[in-house]
Design a protein around this ligand. Structure first.
Ligand code: HEC
Ligand code: HEC
Length: 433
């Protein structure tokens, strides 16, 4: 990288040109951001909305019948109140271990994942005696819920270069004198075996690619095997041959439609009416001043057209290239005192064969250090969330703020020292996002 006056050229590009780059389109109107035409986007959305049943490959273990079931507020691709269950335990050395979940009266043990599916297709007419409902044994003492997240605008997040996040983490740590130092985590790109990218999706940054996430969600949320995740969690009650997701006449599988749908969504729009009030404007300044902005970064920019990401499998084009957008998040992992103690399961997210592949830059110790970290929740669209924080356990914005400890401790203290009217202004600003 070229150095301009000692500052990496890219970092300069990010900060100097952010204000002059075109804005990513926003809205909740189901329109495309321009990546595809409206008809293609509507057809991709229909796949995202589609309800799957047992003959389609649903289950045997699952959480929901369609992507929309958990990602729909206020429209397809948004968030929802639905939460999922993750558990595990510590080994004698204090390391997190995935749980062992017995099913079928103990005849089979589910291992290699920390998600516990809330639903099962059995017992049913074809298998009346097969009991596969997952239930948590008392010995799995580490337990958490994770609430569904917003996906609208994620195409822009995917199109931010790895280097931008690396620079952001460095700058953040320096600026805050090592008090706030977000972690960059390299994660496998499942569709490009051997390659990795900077994780940015999921509460633990478990994926960098929307296609990888789609394959993961199709299997782990709906039980539908696909070319990226070809192995069922259990073969009990399983009747449809693998992979359940087969290419259509256009050569695309459902996971390709999901990824393209998400890439083509507009970013969440603000409440313009509220955003322009003096109170919300004052709140925005205070958000900056007390230091929320250090992690809840206002503006990011996407890479230029022609940039290859996801191990070279996806090329950024016109609609996604060189845009600025306002996620109010850094997509980095932080310990703000709310950690759930869970380390992501490799085989759950990247497939049962992931250990047969050598992945560039993949570091198991780096993964283990995330046990008590959570990705900064991007605050775009936060006004549409009734349950906050990864576990959905905070139901007011104020409660969510006051839970911030750890790296955010000194920021929370500054917030608490604000006058009541200033606190109210900051909350009003959040209600405009
Ligand atoms: C039962 C609810 C549920 C269903 C069904 C579901 N999801 Fe999700 N989704 C979640 C939850 C919960 C998270 C956060 C998971 C985590 O990080 O632990 C999430 C996260 C995501 C993310 C990460 C987005 C980001 O910005 O961090 C993507 C992408 C995603 N889901 C896509 C899908 C797709 C595609 C489908 C359909 C194949 C789907 N989801 C089905 C609940 C669901
Ligand atoms: C050190 C980084 C950091 C700082 C500083 C910080 N946050 Fe956060 N924020 C996070 C992380 C990480 C989460 C997710 C925590 C979790 O889910 O357990 C979060 C979550 C939130 C949420 C919940 C959003 C949702 O969708 O659930 C709100 C609201 C929020 N922060 C507001 C603020 C405000 C206001 C400030 C300043 C007073 C602030 N944060 C300062 C990192 C930070």
């Amino acid at each position: 990288m070229k150095l301009l006056f000692g500052v990496p050229a890219l970092a300069l590009a990010v900060y100097v040109f952010a204000s002059t780059l075109p804005e990513a389109p926003t809205g909740f109107d189901n329109k495309t951001n321009g990546l595809v035409d409206d008809a293609t986007h509507a057809a991709d959305q229909a796949k995202f909305d589609e309800i799957e049943n047992v003959p389609d490959g649903l289950g045997p273990l699952y959480n929901g019948q369609s992507c929309r079931e958990c990602h729909q507020n206020p429209t397809s691709g948004g968030s929802s109140q639905v939460s999922e269950l993750r558990v595990g335990h510590s080994d004698p050395k204090g390391k997190f271990q995935d749980p062992e979940i017995p099913i079928n009266r103990g005849a089979e043990i589910i291992k290699g994942r920390n998600l516990v599916n809330d639903r099962a297709i059995c017992p049913n007419a074809a298998f009346p005696g097969t009991e596969i409902q997952e239930r948590v044994p008392d010995s799995e003492r580490i337990r958490t819920f994770r609430v569904s997240v917003n996906l609208l605008g994620d195409g822009f997040v995917e199109a931010v270069s790895d280097q931008t996040f690396v620079e952001l983490a460095k700058e953040q740590c320096k600026k805050n004198h090592n008090k706030i130092c977000g972690q960059v985590l390299y994660v496998p790109i499942v569709e490009a075996p051997g390659t990795t990218g900077v994780g940015r999706f999921g509460w633990k940054d478990q994926h960098a690619s929307l296609l990888s996430f789609s394959g993961d969600a199709y299997l782990n949320e709906m039980g539908i095997t696909n070319r990226l995740q070809p192995d069922e969690v259990t073969n009990l009650c399983n009747t449809v041959s693998e992979p359940n997701d087969t290419p259509g006449p256009d050569g695309l599988g459902d996971i390709d439609h999901f990824a393209r749908f998400l890439r083509a969504t507009e970013a969440p729009a603000r409440d313009d009416q509220l955003a322009t009030t003096p109170k919300a404007r004052q709140g925005a300044e205070l958000f900056d001043k007390v230091g929320c902005i250090q992690c809840h970064v206002q503006t990011l920019t996407t890479a230029s057209a022609g940039t290859k990401i996801n191990g070279g499998t996806f090329t950024i084009s016109g609609a996604l290239a060189e845009k600025q957008f306002h996620p109010y998040g850094d997509f980095l992992l932080h310990n703000v005192g709310t950690g759930d103690g869970i380390v992501q399961s490799m085989t759950e997210h990247y497939g049962k064969k992931m250990y047969q592949i050598t992945w560039r830059n993949l570091s198991i110790p780096a993964y283990e250090s995330t046990a008590n970290k959570i990705r900064t929740a991007p605050l775009w669209g936060v006004r549409l969330h009734s349950r906050l924080m990864h576990d959905g356990a905070s139901v007011t914005l104020l409660d969510a703020i006051l839970r911030h400890r750890g790296e955010a401790e000194h920021v929370t203290e500054k917030f608490q020292k604000l006058k009541p009217s200033e606190k109210e202004a900051l909350l009003e600003f959040l209600r405009s996002l």
